[in-house]
Each structure stands twice: as C-alpha cells, then as structure tokens.
Design a protein around this ligand. Structure first.
Ligand SMILES: [Zn+2]
Ligand SMILES: [Zn+2]
Length: 392
C-alpha cells in the first residue's frame, strides 16, 4: 500500500516558495492530523517572504482550518477543544500558538497566553529551525506538516481548537486569528485603568488607522459594541469604501495627500478634540506617532500595525511631555492574546450570516502554487484579504 503524500509550500527565499511533498503522518496517541480546507494569508506571512536573500526553508501560515483525518486515542485529553468531543471528520479551526507552560509569563498568567511566552511555538508563524526540538519549522523533519500553507497539518498536544459548524464557510472560520487580534485590541481599551472611568463606553469616539482586514474587523467590533463614533483612515478609496460597506463606519477618510499635521488636525476636528480610542493597524512608524497625537487626554492608544521590525531598526522621535505625560493616555499593544479572546472572536464570526465577513476576502485561490503571485498583490488598492480553499 502506498503512503499518502501531501504538499507543503516552503519559504525558500525572497518571494520564493518551493512546493515540497512528504508522506502524511498518522497522528500519535496525543495528537491529530487535519486535511486543510482553507488558509488565509497574513501580512506577517508576506513579511517573511520579503526578507532579502535565500531563506533556510521554513513553514508558513498560521490562519487555517481543516477536517480531522487522523485522531490519536488520547487526543480529546491532550488537545484543548472548544465545542465538545472531537472525532474523525470534524472540521476545526486552530489556535496557532502552543505556549511552554514553564516560563515566568506562563506561570504568572496561565496557559495559552501567546506572544509573550519565552518559548511560544507558532504553527507556520516563525522560523524556529532548531532541529533538536520536535516542534520546529523544518519541513524535512517529521511530522513535516507544521503550518497552514500546506495540504495537511499535524496538531501537537496542547493545541487549542474550535469545532466549526457544518454550514460555516471555511474562509470565515479561517479569519479567527485576525479577528482575535481585532477583538484583543478592543478588549484592551475596556480596562478601567486608574479608575477614572476612561475605558471604552457608548460615549467613545474611536479611530482605526488603516483599512485592512484587521482594521475593518476592529471597526465592526467597535460598531457592534456601541461606540459613539467610528472613523477609519487609509490611502486608498477602494479600501475605505469596503470599510464603509462592511463596518458601517461614520467616517472613512483618505489621508494620502495630507501632511502629518493636517492628518492630526483632521482627526481632532472630526472627534471634537481627539479620539478616546486610537487603534493603529497600519504598518509604518509615522502612523504611530500621528496616532499618539490624535488621542484625547486619558484615552487609549493600541498598536497593532508596527508589529515586527524585520531588521529595519526604525527609530522614531516623539515629544515625551506633550505626547506621553500630559495626555495620561494608556498606550498598549496586542502581542499577548489568549484562547479565551479567540473564543469570543469565534462567537463573533458565527454571526457571519448577519455580518458580511465574506466581503473582507477580496482574493480567492485554490492552489499552493498561487501563494507567491497572490502575495505580490498585497499592496494593491483593492486588496483586503486572500484565502485559499482547496478544491477537493
Ligand atoms: Zn495573522
Ligand atoms: Zn511560556
């Protein structure tokens, strides 16, 4: 009997991915194997591909869902399942992190707090090439399938998963990770730090910088939670039109032809004195500096967009007394997230029949070979989110 072979797209260099084939493993007693149905491409996936030169050959893709084809006898104990017992044939979506459980962060804040764990394994998310560890991103090494840009994925013990309702499209379920980033950003501004009542409320005027998938979902959540005003900014009218349609924002402002001072002035005018909540999902240091100037006193600034430095070593100058001290704003980010926040996000996505998440997907494709051509379109005026759904 011949072994089943599966394909995995391996990041091998600047805008280069090699499709490699490996035998599809059986799940050990404590694990599961899924056949991937849909994966989405994240901005960070593109960043890894844009790194210059040749790359060591790692697995990418952390936004994915699929169907269980092999389930270890103990997997219902070793995997952490939202939605009841797992069985072969179930569709699931995956929390892309497995935390170590041993570092100071894990011991202090509990299992599953990703991004700040000292030894956080990310499916397809970073290139951990330490072949001495079983959980690495080396595709040659068993179990070969370690990320979403592949036909299969091996799920190690400790992985959190959600059962996907039969009628929920795979591309909606695969939005779980970016949706959870948006949810976490909004939840960050709900904390009544300092006890002066400055947390998010129905009186909050909110600004989201950038009109990508995470930004638009952030605006959707703010809208659903009853924000007084939701403003979104971007450089492209096509994206702003989408934000208006999907998130029903009050104002969608094209700031492409404005100077930095003009942008700040415009937001101060629209919000009558500054936004109570500024969430920056644009990936340039200038958006952070402008965003900090757009926050109202005792407001909130949440950083999403300037997520990874990738060797650019941008240094930025700010007037600390004016921007930090005088405003008493709460400045935070979303790098730490939790399975519980993902769960709230999954409940939000389950409202897909009423909320038009499908309109976020502007680029659909069906093969691993199309990843690079699609990634080259990620700067296009009409690009919001790409999803690959395999045909069989
Ligand atoms: Zn992502
Ligand atoms: Zn840890």
């Amino acid at each position: 009997m011949s072994e089943t072979m599966g394909k995995v797209a391996v990041n091998t260099g600047y805008y280069s991915m090699e499709i490699q084939e490996y035998p599809v493993p059986e799940a050990r007693d404590d694990a599961a194997v899924i056949k991937i149905e849909t994966f989405c491409i994240c901005g960070s996936d593109q960043h890894f591909v844009k790194l210059p030169g040749t790359h060591k050959g790692g697995t990418e893709g952390h936004e994915f869902m699929g169907r269980i084809i092999s389930l270890g006898k103990d997997a219902n104990k070793t995997l952490k399942v939202y939605g009841g017992e797992l069985k072969v044939g179930d569709r699931i979506v995956v929390y892309p992190h497995i935390t170590c459980g041993k570092c100071d962060t894990c011991l202090r804040f509990g299992d599953g707090v990703c991004g700040v764990c000292d030894d956080d394994y990310i499916y397809g998310g970073v290139f951990d090439m330490d072949t001495g560890k079983e959980m690495n991103h080396v595709p040659e090494q068993w179990p070969h399938f370690k990320g979403g840009f592949a036909q299969y994925c091996y799920l190690f013990p400790g992985t959190y998963v959600w059962k996907v309702p039969d009628d929920m499209p795979g591309e909606i379920a695969a939005l779980l990770d970016p949706c959870a980033v948006a949810m976490r950003a909004v939840e960050q501004v709900m904390t009544p730090i300092g006890g002066t009542g400055e947390g998010f409320s129905t009186t909050s005027r909110c600004l989201v910088i950038g009109a990508g998938a995470i930004s638009i979902m952030t605006a959707m959540i703010l809208r659903e939670m009853g924000a007084k005003q939701v403003i979104i900014t971007d450089f492209f009218d096509e994206k702003l039109a989408k934000a208006k349609e999907i998130a029903k924002v009050d104002e969608a402002v094209n700031v492409a032809d404005m100077t930095s001072d003009e942008r700040v002035e415009k937001i101060l005018e629209l919000t009558e004195g500054g936004a109570h909540v500024v969430i920056n999902a644009a990936n340039h240091p200038s958006t952070c500096i402008e965003g900090l100037r757009m926050v109202r006193k005792c407001g909130y600034y949440v950083e999403i967009g300037n997520a990874m430095d990738f060797g650019a070593h941008y240094m930025s100058e700010i007037n600390i007394p004016a921007v930090v001290f005088e405003k008493n704003a709460h400045i935070t980010s979303v790098v730490a997230n939790t399975p519980q926040c993902f769960d709230r996000s999954f409940e939000f996505l389950k409202r897909w029949k009423e909320l038009p998440f499908d309109k976020l997907i502007t680029h659909r494709f069906t093969t691993l070979e199309e990843i690079i051509p699609v990634m080259k379109k990620m700067g296009d005026r009409d690009f919001i989110k790409a999803a690959c759904t395999f045909e069989d």
